[in-house]
Design a protein around this ligand. Structure first.
Ligand code: 2BA
Length: 108
């Protein structure tokens, strides 16, 4: 069995979770936020049998979108000890996925 953590964008959460549920995967949804953008995202926690891992990855890949989003303004160092703020965009997603081996899975 594997434990899958998938970090996805909030806008994708409902249709990712719906697709997973329809396909009979068990999923726990956690509210999280990214360290870089400091804005909300969603972390999905899923325990899955090894033989269904590919199916799960397929759903995550299909239902998670890549988006370009504006990042918070950063300071640009200018010669002469002054700083000028400037906006920039970053590419976020689709999904960032971590897969771990599960030693034991118990449900009482
Ligand atoms: P954030 O940390 O808010 O990052 C949002 C996007 O900003 C990232 O998209 C990436 O394009 C960019 N970014 C992140 N850190 C950067 C840096 N140090 N310098 C320049 N650009 C940077 P994604 O890579 O798709 O990541 C989306 C979210 O997934 C992240 O939100 C974070 O919450 C999570 N994540 C990604 N990689 C991770 C990792 N190795 N460990 C833990 N969480 C991760």
């Amino acid at each position: 069995m594997k434990l899958v953590f998938a970090i996805i964008q909030d806008q994708d959460t409902n249709h990712v979770v719906d697709a997973l549920t329809v396909a009979k995967f068990r999923v726990t949804k956690l509210s999280s936020s990214g360290g870089f953008l400091k804005s909300g995202n969603t972390t999905l926690l899923m325990g899955v049998e090894d033989e269904r891992l590919d199916e799960l990855m397929g759903i995550l890949e299909r239902e998670s979108s890549q988006r370009e989003v504006p990042a918070s303004v950063m300071s640009m160092n200018i010669p002469g000890d002054s700083y000028m703020p400037y906006p920039f965009n970053v590419q976020v997603g689709g999904a960032t996925i971590f897969i771990l081996d599960v030693q034991e899975y118990l449900r009482y």
